[in-house]
Ligand binder design. Sequence first.
Ligand code: NCD
Length: 304
Amino acid sequence: MNFKGRDVISIEDFSREEIDYILKNSESMESIALKGSKILEGKILATMFFEPSTRTRLSFEAAMLKLGGSTIGFADADITSVRKGENLSDTIRTIENYADIIALRHPLEGSAKLAAEFSRVPILNAGSGADEHPTQAFMDLYTIKKEKGKIDGLKIALVGDLRYGRTVHSLAYALSLYNIELYLISPESLRMRKEVFRSIKDRISIIQDENLEKVIPQIDVLYITRIQKERFPDPTEYYKMKGVYKIDLNTLKTGKNDLIILHPLPRIDEISSEVDYTPQAKYFQQVWNGIVVRMALLSLVLAT
Ligand code: NCD
């Protein structure tokens, strides 16, 4: 399988075979992540982040460093010429001269696709508005596989802001390639986006509900997300939704013993901190998995 030079824009561009190959490759990065390597020596990753980030940007950079490569970039577009009015395509056509690969996070949907049209070097979509976050989905799948030993056969719930959350869009597309039962749990006004729902509905069985308590006893994986405050056109709507779902020790009591809780982070108030110390909590392991998955993607796309 050849990924050399390929952009990673949408998870929909990947087949199940390709996703499985990336997950396998991520597994082989576990030991390399501990000891480091020179696989990408001489290569440069540029991280262009027009939106806040802790994990995605730093794990891309750490992944590149662990492979022996180097990184340049910005975490605040306000200190770049964007402030002077430069557009995204000109910024891309500049940075492609300095780097072998670009990880881009941008508030506009379609930004990664647009960047890939202009760029000579591969673009990795590190979050395009409320649309997609494909590298997070690879990490989420990898976490499920690592913790459960499989993806097929599981009952998986995506909970929270399914409308504006980009991680759940990419993850839902990816999960629809597996033989799973998908529970989409959200308030009515934050239901899974129509485009995503339409494209996955014929591939897997989907249960849509508002009530989280009802489904907890049945599921194997609970993936909960933050209500995406910054994407609400009307702040009063956000305040109505804030705190709508909350996982605490009582919630866990009603679930299966081997239920796992995932969250892309940052968490606001969706999971109470007492849950962090239970065997079900896997969201900090997920953070480590972000490194190995991004190492796999960088090494496959930059294959020498
Ligand atoms: C997510 C994002 O940026 O979409 N964060 C991340 O990359 N892990 C989730 C979020 O912000 O809620």
